[in-house]
Design a protein around this ligand. Structure first.
Ligand code: TA6
Length: 291
């Protein structure tokens, strides 16, 4: 269903037969809502989010491309989160059973203005789908439609809704090296078994396992994030650090666990396409290991 969202921006609402749903704004190609069959919101949206281009929308799942954060000369996190995407009426087949449920296909092609700040023609296709059990599945496909090779860094920046930031833990990153983004990306090794939060944390973990877990003790549920094609992962909560468009107490209600490819940029030859996947499910805490 195509409708008008906040400030008249185009929004797509996708529902499956069991009443699960997600919403995507064409501005940013950004998922802004994902609900289970009970109608519970699983993503976080800032209470101060500004739905006014060219401001990026603070919440949901921003798309980061062709640069993660300020790791290069482009604006922070690249520019596609500030572009108007279109519905891809005729996407090439995906050959993925899991993302063939209720879904929408988006497309963004580099514009003349984009080529002035990043001189590489690309076609970015993004499928957002509801999988088995109401899982949310993102399948990005990026094609080099230029005549020279190019490389990029990349990611998604999901704001996951949590009951209380001080009552959750992130699992799956033990003994890994990370770059501390609060300390000029100095490299450390994480010896803690799990990550807990009691102050600002902003870490880029390198070459992580494909499955990460956010355990929410208060809600007794676990958000399982599975990723492919993105070797690294960022864990971020700003705590009381001032962040634009974020309400003062908002940090309590989300954690960002971000599948990214940063340490090793992706290299694409002319005509070549690169594909990744992010698959998120929410399960009762005791069950998370079986899935
Ligand atoms: O991925 C984490 C991060 O880069 C943080 O350093 C923090 O600044 C956050 O993303 C938000 O970035 P933004 O450009 O949306 O304000």
């Amino acid at each position: 269903e195509r409708t008008k969202g906040i400030n008249g921006l185009d929004k797509l609402i996708v529902r499956d037969r069991r009443g699960r749903s997600f919403e995507v704004y064409l501005y940013g190609g950004q998922v802004t809502s994902w609900k289970n069959e009970k109608g519970e919101e699983l993503l976080f949206m800032s209470t101060k989010a500004i739905f006014q281009p060219p401001t990026p929308i603070r919440g949901g799942i921003p798309v980061l491309f062709p640069q993660y954060a300020n790791t290069g000369p482009l604006p922070s996190h690249g520019f596609v989160r500030q572009r108007f995407w279109e519905i891809d009426a005729n996407p090439p087949p995906l050959h993925s059973h899991s993302s063939s449920g209720a879904h929408v296909d988006l497309i963004l092609k580099s514009s003349e203005a984009d080529l002035k700040i990043w001189p590489h023609k690309f076609i970015y296709r993004l499928r957002v789908a509801l999988g088995h059990g109401g899982d949310l599945i993102l399948t990005p496909r990026i094609r080099n439609s230029d005549v020279e090779p190019f490389n990029f860094t990349f990611g998604f920046h999901p704001y996951f809704s949590v009951s209380d930031i001080s009552q959750i833990q992130v699992e799956g990153l033990q003994n890994l090296d990370y770059l501390d983004q609060q300390k000029n990306r100095t490299r450390f090794t994480d010896h803690d078994k799990v990550i807990t939060f009691n102050s600002q944390l902003d870490r880029l973990y390198l070459r992580t396992p494909n499955t990460l877990r956010i355990v929410d003790h208060k809600k007794n549920k676990t958000i399982v994030v599975r990723k492919r094609g993105q070797a690294d992962a960022v864990v971020w909560n700003p705590w009381d650090k001032k962040v634009s468009d974020l309400g003062v107490e908002d940090y309590r209600s989300f954690v960002a666990v971000e599948p990214v490819a940063v340490e090793k940029p992706i290299i694409l030859k002319p005509g070549q396409e690169w594909k990744a996947i992010v698959h998120v499910s929410v399960v009762p805490s005791g069950c998370s290991r079986k899935s």
